[in-house]
Design a binder for this molecule. Structure first.
Ligand code: SAH
Length: 252
């Protein structure tokens, strides 16, 4: 015959275990709820940003608007600045560099007029945000960053968010990326004091370059460079802007 008897210690242990389990469940549930709430807030802010600071200011290309609505800008800014991710301003990303203002990103992307089959080169990966916007629109994106730390950080971000059509490297973008040239479009997100000739060479006939030109303490001009089917190049001034400088040896 077996005897069952009440053992106070094992019952206490079981109660503690049960309470622990409940706490763990509540913790996970609260975490998930907070994340969902955060996602909803970010989505609302992103929608408002696109409507008020991009669409209402004249950007019309539906592909650009869709990309701006899709890419999670808060994933590309430093943790402590996430709450400002959907304000229409540049934000510091380290090493004295910035992620560009959303309106300017949208405006420059629209100027490129790159279609779904296009191959685009970006100079100045920075946070990787502009490259992600391009990746939502075109087939292949190539992006170059001069600072290893920023380039690696952006690469991690692309992997984490599944942007596998972006190819990035560390280097001086002044010289373009000969190996994958020619490009349908080239976008430069730092200001040069002249349009780098290698970039013009690596542009396909019919292609476009969007580039800010001017010194750090001067008014810079966002320029649109167009190469026609015969290879003739024309340049148009579009908008006064302010960008961090294009760095590298060629400046010396
Ligand atoms: N497109 C970026 C904006 C970054 S700011 C974004 O969406 O976040 C400009 C970037 O250009 C900086 O990260 C800077 O380090 C980089 N840069 C400056 N000179 C460069 C050069 N010669 N080649 C490549 N990147 C350069």
């Amino acid at each position: 015959m077996r005897y069952f008897y009440y053992h106070p210690t094992s019952k206490k242990r079981f109660t503690v275990f049960l309470l622990g389990l409940i706490c763990l469940f509540l913790d996970v549930a609260t975490g998930v709820a907070t994340e969902l709430k955060e996602d909803t807030i970010y989505t609302q802010r992103r929608n408002a940003m696109v409507k008020q600071t991009i669409e209402d200011r004249g950007v019309r290309d539906p592909n650009v608007l869709r990309a701006m609505l899709t890419v999670l800008r808060h994933e590309f800014v430093p943790e402590d600045l996430k709450e400002y991710a959907y304000e229409d301003r540049p934000l510091p990303i380290g090493l004295g560099q910035t992620i560009s203002q959303p309106y300017i990103v949208a405006y420059m992307t629209e100027l490129l007029e790159a279609g779904s089959e296009a191959k685009v080169l970006e100079i100045g990966t920075g946070s990787g945000y502009q490259a992600a916007i391009l990746a939502e629109i075109v087939k292949e994106v190539y992006t170059i960053e001069i600072f290893e730390e920023l380039g690696k950080q952006a690469q991690n971000c692309f992997e984490r968010l599944g942007y596998n059509t972006i190819k990035s490297k560390i280097g001086d973008g002044y010289y373009g990326w000969e190996e994958f040239a020619p490009f349908d479009g080239i976008i430069v997100t730092c200001a040069a004091d002249h349009i780098p000739p290698p970039l013009i060479q690596q542009l396909k006939p019919g292609g476009r370059i969007v580039i800010p030109v001017g010194g750090v303490y001067q008014v810079q001009m966002l320029m649109l460079v167009m190469k026609d089917a015969q290879g003739n190049v024309t340049v148009k001034n579009m908008l006064p802007v302010r960008f961090v400088p294009l760095l590298g040896d060629h400046q010396q």
